[in-house]
Write a new protein. Structure first.
Lengths: 391, 407
């Protein structure tokens, strides 16, 4: 009696479900680790923008005017004056200890000079080895200094009989009205979690795929596996991957629901296209995992390659540091990382809500990743049927 | 007295035996070598190369100039001249510019309204609107910085021109009574590499140790008849000699790798490196030790070679975020902050950034330094405990095996 392919795939899938269920490692890499990362990144950046960053003040002048400037600075949401220092070097030392991110230096005689129209200079020192904190503080301090200068100027002009609007037009003839499209809150979690989370999932899919194939060889069960598939590598792989595809797709749906449904991050394309992208992410990552195993044939090399590839993809995807600023060689290499394409699709769809046609190249790229196993499938067949596990 | 001397001599001999065995194991095992040697050698180079331009220049932008005046042209010319933005297209209307945005040919739009020049002439405030693609915050930063700087520059000029009869200097002072300067410390170009690479270098030490030691432990178990971590050999009977012998082997390898990571790599790429050699050396010792014992403790959970990949690899990114270098430490919620204290990398990164990038001296890194020694102590004890437990369980397996044979 012969059994048809569907039945075989079903039997292999059933066997795979059992393998997954009996090994805690799968539970960890398919469910616990992804869920942990979903929660981790979003709760870490829960506020979106860091608030109350500690800064210091060195007020060598110490008059009511300078105290007023300092009070205004403290009122900004992102800054919190935690300490006053009596010298520059004391403040610098505390900065090196990591207690403050920046400090404001008001030299002696500032008020006197301002009143005598001798244009004094105040300085702010920012520690840019903490880039995010530094950039945020810079913005506040700059606005503050503009306002402090403006306040004195406005008082002068008001005395001359100008209205506030007129005074502002005199002080700032040109103003910039900035629009951060689709993330007006400059929410860092929107900016980072939307790519970090799929990136982690991808990394775990690469490794789980390789591990699940490799462990057949390691446990010497490949004969049983291939036997169920009637020695067809296509049937064997389909049956083996199917349960994993389903579980990982559920995880992909979960983060989409969590980010766009629960946390209400911008999803201007609607959820359906993003779910499709989630499916594409899962399938292309699995295919990439199979490709790595098929071409490197040894589980530890394939896992090492997957780990390095996966971790590198966070940087090379361009999510934090734009690809256009990288060396041209790397701009080319970026195409070889599935996360790069997913990131472009996310920006196009969920963030900006543009029609999919503007990002068709990325869809094609991910589909090409899905076809990668066909290059190595014959070799993989040899590996599975003839090779022995090498530790 | 003589007995103690014998125990000590045997202990020393065994320690060096185990040390030598471990060195042989490491260099025989390609998987471990990848993590101990190849990854620390090449990964930092890739990362440094990635971020070597430090910051994004010439972000492509489109402009819609409805004013068509000499002032608007001056504004745009000045924006184009900045390092941040390159104007690549002049569009006739917003639809055209938006199309360029969708095609990702540009990452920002500068819109100058019709009344721009008239408003300035009338003494009213003129507004320039910018739109930025938020695919990355650096695009927004480039757009905002460039246009703000140009507007401040032009404002100054306009104010002086308006002043007319009085002296320029006097009028500038009356409208800008307070000047300010900003000084960026420790990262003069506000660059990405100088900010991220030091943290990555330190994290690589911990993560490769976790993976390498985990892999070695998994192999030891797989080669063992009972799946035990401790081989059945008379040399492996004392906890202290196993822990010391193995850690000595790792320490030797990582003394070299760490020197390469913290001295050579920044040198090659010309990153900020203002550390005092002695401070750096004294700081790195407890960091490497803490990482080694931390990894040895964690390796107890690894029962199969490959498991360590699935468990440890994906922790890298969260550990980088939790260290307080990218996401400001003060903005990390208390729960995650406390969790971050467990990992040597958190303290290692903070201390190293202070020493390497900010030129901190001995007295400024006391906290990190002492915590790392504390971690070294704690993880040394936990390593001893788990190894002791392993020795006992392997002895029990051996006994069970013997009695089965007899029975």
């Amino acid at each position: 009696m012969t059994i048809n392919v569907h039945r075989r795939i079903y039997l292999i899938a059933k066997r795979e479900v059992l393998r997954i269920a009996t090994r805690p490692l799968y539970l960890f890499s398919m469910v616990i680790a992804p869920l942990f990362c979903y929660i981790f990144f979003t709760t870490l950046m829960w506020n979106g923008l860091p608030t109350d960053l500690p800064i210091g003040v060195v007020d060598l002048d110490n008059t009511s005017t300078t105290r007023n400037i300092i009070r205004n600075l403290d009122a900004f949401q992102q800054t919190k004056i935690v300490k006053h220092y009596d010298s520059f070097s004391a403040a610098r030392k505390d900065m090196q200890k990591g207690n403050i991110y920046s400090f404001y230096l008001i030299p002696k005689g500032t008020t006197e000079k301002a009143l005598a129209s001798r244009q004094p200079t105040v300085s702010f020192y920012t520690n840019y080895s903490y880039l995010i904190a530094g950039s945020l503080l810079y913005k506040d301090q700059r606005t503050m200094s503009e306002l402090a200068g403006g306040a004195i100027g406005r008082a002068t002009l008001r005395a001359k009989g100008f209205t506030d609007d007129q005074a502002m037009a005199i002080l700032q003839p040109i103003v910039i009205d900035s629009h951060a499209l689709n993330n007006p809150w400059l929410n860092y979690s929107v900016y980072l979690s939307n790519t970090l989370i799929p990136g982690i999932l991808m990394l775990l899919i690469f490794m789980t795929t390789i591990y699940s194939i490799g462990s057949e060889l390691k446990q010497n069960t490949q004969k049983e596996w291939m036997g169920l598939a009637n020695n067809s590598i296509y049937t064997a792989l389909t049956g083996k991957m199917l349960p994993q595809t389903i579980i990982f797709f559920i995880m992909a749906v979960a983060y989409n629901m969590y980010l766009y449904g629960f946390l209400h991050y911008p999803c201007n394309s609607g959820i359906i296209p993003m779910l499709f992208m989630g499916l594409l992410l899962v399938v292309s990552s699995q295919a990439f995992g199979i490709f790595l195993f098929g071409s490197l044939t040894t589980m530890r090399y394939a896992l090492s390659a997957a780990a390095l590839w996966g971790v590198l993809s966070f940087s090379i995807s361009g999510m934090s540091y734009p690809v256009m600023a990288m060396h041209p060689t790397l701009q080319g290499l970026a195409y070889l990382f599935p996360l790069r394409h997913y990131y472009l699709l996310y920006v196009n769809l969920a963030l900006n809500g543009y029609p999919l046609i503007y990002a068709w190249e990325s869809v094609v790229a991910l589909l090409l990743f899905t076809l990668l196993p066909f290059i190595v499938i014959r070799h993989l067949n040899t590996v599975v049927t003839q090779y022995k596990y090498i530790p | 007295m003589g007995q103690l001397k014998d125990i000590l001599r045997e202990g020393f001999a065994d320690t060096f035996y185990i040390w030598w065995e471990e060195i042989k194991n490491v260099f025989k095992d390609m998987g471990v070598l990848i993590f101990f040697i190849i990854v620390p050698l090449f990964y930092p180079l890739i990362y440094s190369f990635l971020y070597s331009n430090e910051t994004v220049h010439d972000v492509p932008a489109a402009v819609v100039d409805n004013s068509h005046s000499s002032l608007s042209r001056e504004f745009l010319r000045k924006v184009d001249a900045t390092a941040d933005i390159a104007i690549i297209s002049h569009c006739s209307d917003m639809e055209e510019a938006e199309l360029l945005m969708k095609e990702t040919k540009v990452y920002g739009i500068i819109l100058i309204p019709e009344d721009f020049s008239d408003n300035i002439a009338r003494g009213e405030q003129a507004k320039v609107t910018i739109y930025s693609n938020m695919a990355g915050l650096l695009y927004y930063k480039a757009m905002l910085t460039a246009t703000t700087n140009v507007s401040l520059d032009m404002n100054k000029k306009i104010k002086i021109e308006r002043a007319g009869n009085t002296t320029n200097r006097q009028d500038e002072v009356s409208t800008t009574p307070l000047k300010y300067e900003d000084v960026s410390l420790y990262n003069p170009h506000n660059g990405f590499a100088s900010f991220l690479i030091p943290a990555v270098l330190i994290l690589i030490i911990q993560q490769t140790l976790l993976l390498g030691i985990g892999l070695a432990a998994g192999t030891a178990r797989e080669n063992n008849r009972f799946g035990d971590l401790i081989p059945m050999s008379s040399h492996y009977h004392g906890t202290m000699r196993i822990v010391l012998g193995k850690s000595m082997c790792y320490m030797m390898i990582y003394a070299i790798m760490a020197a390469y990571l913290v001295c050579v790599v920044p040198e090659i790429f010309g990153f900020v490196q203002v550390s005092q050699p002695f401070t750096l050396f004294v700081f790195m010792v407890p960091y490497i030790l803490a990482c080694i014992f931390f990894s040895m403790t964690c390796s107890i959970f690894i029962h199969h070679r490959e498991a360590c990949f699935l468990i440890f690899v994906c922790t890298s990114v969260p550990l980088l975020f939790i260290s307080g270098i990218s996401w400001p430490g003060t903005a990390i919620p208390p729960f995650w902050k406390v969790l971050s204290w467990i990992f040597p990398s958190t303290w290692g990164i903070r201390g190293f950034v202070a020493v390497n990038t900010m030129g901190a001296t001995w007295s400024e890194i006391q906290e990190e330094y002492h915590i790392l020694w504390l971690q070294t102590g704690i993880y040394f004890v936990t390593t001893c405990i788990v190894y002791r437990w392993q020795i006992l369980s392997s002895e029990r397996h051996l006994l069970d095996g013997e009695s089965n044979k007899l029975g």
